[in-house]
Structures are given as C-alpha cells and as structure tokens.
Design a protein around this ligand. Structure first.
Ligand SMILES: NC(=O)c1ccc[n+]([C@@H]2O[C@H](COP(=O)([O-])OP(=O)(O)OC[C@H]3O[C@@H](n4cnc5c(N)ncnc54)[C@H](OP(=O)(O)O)[C@@H]3O)[C@@H](O)[C@H]2O)c1
Length: 506
C-alpha cells in the first residue's frame, strides 16, 4: 500500500463518515489513492484538475461531482471546501500537488471529517514543499472564490470569500460569520479584517468565546447588533491584551489575561472592547472557563442587583435554571444570602441546579411549578422572578409571586404574547413587571456594571475563596464547529455554557 493510500485510510476512512475518496496527483494526472471500488475515470480526473487549475468553479459543475447537482457550500478555507445537497456531501482539498475528493452522506455534517481533512491537507502541503522546493508555483494555486458571480452552485449566502494567498495577512483574522439569516447551516468561518482599537479601546486576541441565545436570534435575523457594534457573532470573550487604542487610561497592559463583555465580535480571533468592559481573569481559571463568565454572569448580576434589588432572605424564582444565565443566577442569589428556586425541563438539569445551590427545583414539563413554589414557600410565594420564558408562564408566574413581588422579564423563549387579565392580576398583588436587556445598554451603564461585578463578585471566582463561585461549562467547540454548537443550544441540550475555542494558531 502506498503512503497516500495508507494516509487516506488512516485519516479519512477511519472517521466512518466518508463513503468514497480519491487523491489525484495533478502533475501526473492520475488517481494515486482511492477507496476500494471508487472509480474515477481519467477524463473526470483531468476535468477536475483543469477546473481547479483555472480557478473557474463553474467548470467543476461539468466535472466529477458537480454535474446537474446544486451544492451549498458549508465551509471553506484556503485549501478545502465542504459542499452539501440533500443526498450527498462533498469535500475537496487542493494543494499544489494533489486534489482530494471525498463524499459523505448528505445527512451528516462535514465537521466530523474536519480533523481528518486537516491532517491530509498538512501532509499534502509538506509533500508539495518537498516536490516543489522554493515555493515554485506548480500545478494549482489555492482556491480563489473572488469571482463569486461565476460560482456554479446555488447563489446563496453559503458561498464563501476565500483569500487568494495561502498566508493570512496580518490585518486579517478568522471569524464566525453568516450572510443570509437562517439556520445553523448558514454559518461559516470567514476571513475578515481585523479590528483596530479606537479611542479608549483595547484589542484582545481571543482564546475562547461563548455562545448565547442572542447569537441564535441574530443568526435568524431577529436580533440585529446595536448601532456601531460588530456584526460578527459573540457577546463575550476571554484572551489576552495585544493592543491599546489612544486615550487608554493604563488599566490594562499588553499580555494581560482578560475577559470582555461585548456588543458583538467575540467569535473571532481578535476583538476590540472599551477598556471599562474588561475584567481580569480570576486566579487559577483557564481562558475557556473565563469565556463562560461575562455575558451570563453580568446579566444575572444586573437582574438581581441593578434591576431586582434582591435582599437577604428573599426567595427568587429562576426559570431555565440550567441555562448559562440561570446557573450564574443561582450562585449569585446564594452569594446575596437569598434563596434560589428554579424550574428546568429535565431531571438531569434539576440535579445540576441543586449542585449549584438551588434550594428547590421543579420540572415545568411534568408538574405545575406555581403550585410547587407556593407549597415550598408555605403559601407566600416568591419575592422576585427572573423570567426568560415570557408568554407561556405569565399566569403561573403571577400565581406564585408574592404581594409586592417583582417580576423581571429578560427573555421571551416561549414568545411575547399574553392573553388574559394580566393587569388585574398584577394590580391585585401590587406586583411590578420590569424588563431588561443588557446588550443595548450604553457604554457608561456597562462600565458601572462591570466595575460593580469586578469589585463585589469576581474575587469569589479565585482559587481557594469561600463562598466560591464557578462558571459551569457544558461543552467546548472549535470555531469551525460553530454550526454544531448552535444546534446543541437550539435543541436545549446544554447545561451551562457552550464555549467556542479559537484556532490554536491564533
Ligand atoms: N436580557 C438580557 O440582557 C439577556 C442577556 C443574556 C441572556 N438573556 C436571555 O436569557 C435566557 C437564557 O440564556 P442562556 O444563553 O443562558 O440560555 P441557554 O443556556 O441556551 O438555556 C436556555 C434554556 O431555556 C430553556 N427553554 C428554552 N425554551 C423554553 C421554553 N419555551 N419554555 C421554557 N424553557 C425553555 C431550555 O432549558 P429546559 O430544558 O430547562 O427547558 C434551554 O436550555 C435566554 O432567553 C436569553 O435570551 C437575556
């Protein structure tokens, strides 16, 4: 078995997601490795080589796999492209020496093959260098999708602009991106211009970011970034300071490990933020854990202290208790010496909320939480409700809210419509409704919030402190797996935060 065949078997077929694959030597114009029974006629191989050589993507439609098929491009970079239609997925990797083509089932997501493809691409590149020392431009250059109107498959958002050069320019970075609003499949990693820190801003090289419901809404076109904010996804990040804009007051220096509250832009290799929106990474904490803090914890802190004015001994009902915000809120309620009560949709989630400090938890799917809350509070109800569910909960919320209770709506997971005598019920309890959004708050408000959180809460995250606070991380995805991360959150599978890690090279 030749070396390429062994590599093909080891890297790609081992994933069990690839059906067929072949490696074509461009110069020799022949197939030099393939899966058994996968026949690439020499005409097709030539056609494919020609298509890549010319960088004319529409030619590929007449080539090996593109005939009468319309493919969506799911992701791409300098050397690889992943395409899919309902029946078939297609991966193509190109270097100066070789072209790899591989097919996988249409219902699979290609990221299952990414690692294997990267391994093959690395090998190709090394081999290419050996065969063409001194960077001689033999065979094909890298992909060039710049002439987008000529791309032969569906003219939709999924087409990618891919850099012409193999070397990333220093003013460029990778970022999670989408062009047309829609499902997770619209997401891809794009090379974009690196941001510059403006007046009073810090440039952060991002190690990790985290996912928020706002990212899902923004991807669907239902939550545009506030004016002036980056349109790249990502409301929080952790990393290190690599640049300071004019007028920075010396709070941060190059190399500091920081976490940032953002209005957008976190799911990229670099992001800028006002210096007052950064916090130091607590002692003993990794950057992955730190990325789980800013948005969820500042939201929970704001709801409890800036909006809800929680007091010692009060009972606080936290809906979606196992969400990123919910698990932060439970711990902050305990820190305020108040009593957290939660709802969640599974027993597993309730168990995690209990470990985080919830005094009681109810599965809203199979029990009436308002009855349970009333029983737990001996009929008096809760003083504060942190509600990200909205519409479907209004009656039950009012049933278990105490007289003079505060009900804070900060999300509408079940929708915003309310039918019934809400005002009469509210008035009868002298209860109040508050609503709150963090992202759209002004810079000064966020600075005040970050400052208060840094002083009052952050020390409790450091090693060896008591009471000790802990960000709960559900899972970690690479930037290239951004679409899968969105799916997990959309299906309500996560318990705590989903982290997005930037490529190691960054
Ligand atoms: N206003 C703000 O400033 C602000 C800031 C940040 C976040 N938020 C909001 O806070 C909420 C939590 O965010 P997150 O990122 O922490 O979320 P998350 O980790 O994705 O968790 C959300 C959880 O909510 C529950 N849920 C979903 N749909 C539901 C429904 N129709 N009825 C009842 N429960 C439902 C699910 O858990 P179960 O399995 O338990 O149902 C789901 O896992 C979101 O609504 C988000 O928009 C608001």
């Amino acid at each position: 078995m030749n070396e390429l065949q062994a590599l093909l078997n080891d890297a790609l077929l081992r994933t069990k997601h690839v059906e067929n694959a072949a490696i074509i030597d461009i110069k020799q114009q022949k197939v030099c490795a393939s899966t058994s029974g996968f026949n690439v006629p020499s005409d097709d191989a030539l056609n494919l080589i020609y298509a890549f050589h010319q960088n004319l993507l529409q030619v590929r439609r007449g080539g090996l796999f593109f005939k009468e098929k319309r493919y969506k491009c799911l992701r791409a970079d300098n050397h690889s492209i992943y395409l899919q239609n309902p029946d078939r997925g297609l991966i193509v990797v190109k270097t100066k020496t070789y072209i790899l083509v591989a097919t996988y089932r249409g219902d699979m997501y290609p990221s299952v093959c990414v690692e294997a493809v990267e391994k093959l691409a690395d090998f190709f590149r090394e081999e290419g260098k050996r065969q063409h020392p001194g960077g001689q431009r033999e065979g094909c250059s890298s992909f060039d999708f710049a002439r987008r109107e000529e791309v032969g498959y569906h003219s939709t958002s999924q087409q990618l602009l891919v850099p012409k050069s193999d070397k990333r320019r220093s003013n460029k970075m990778l970022a999670a991106y989408f062009e047309c609003p829609g499902g997770p499949e619209n997401l891809y990693v794009k090379e974009v211009t690196k941001p510059h820190p403006g007046e009073g801003e810090v440039l952060v090289r991002v190690s990790a970011s985290a996912l928020n419901r706002a990212d899902l809404l923004q991807r669907r076109g239902k939550y545009p970034p506030p004016k002036g904010a980056s349109d790249i996804l990502g409301l929080e990040a952790a990393g290190s300071v690599v640049g300071l804009g004019p007028g920075c007051k010396g709070r941060w220096k190059i190399g500091d490990a920081v976490m940032a509250l953002l209005s957008g832009g976190g799911q990229a290799e670099y992001v800028t933020a006002p210096e007052g929106h950064l916090m130091p990474v607590p002692r003993g904490m990794t950057l992955v854990q730190a990325a789980a803090i800013p948005e969820a914890w500042l939201t929970a802190f704001q709801l409890l202290h800036f909006v809800g004015k929680v007091e010692k001994g009060e009972r606080v009902l936290i809906h979606a208790g196992a969400s990123g915000v919910g698990l932060a809120a439970i711990q902050l309620v305990r820190l305020a010496k108040a009593i957290p009560i939660v709802t969640a949709g599974t027993q597993e989630k309730l168990k995690v909320t209990a470990n985080a400090g919830a005094a009681a938890g109810f599965n809203y799917k199979n029990e009436d939480f308002s009855e349970k809350v009333l029983a737990f509070t001996q009929g008096s109800g809760v003083d504060l409700i942190l509600d990200c569910v909205g519409g479907s909960y209004w009656e039950k919320n009012l049933a278990c809210l105490s007289t003079d209770g505060r009900w804070i709506v900060y999300g509408l997971l079940s929708g915003g419509e309310v039918h019934g005598d809400l005002f009469a019920r509210l008035l009868s309890k002298r209860a109040s409704i508050h609503t709150s959004l963090l992202r759209s708050r002004d810079k000064e408000y966020k600075e005040r919030l970050v400052k208060a959180f840094t002083e009052e809460v952050l020390p409790h995250f450091s090693e060896g402190t008591s009471p000790h606070l802990q960000p709960i991380v559900d899972s970690v995805y690479s930037l290239h797996e951004i679409a899968e991360a969105h799916r997990v959150m959309e299906e309500n599978k996560n318990i705590g935060k989903i982290i997005i890690k930037m490529p190691a090279s960054s």
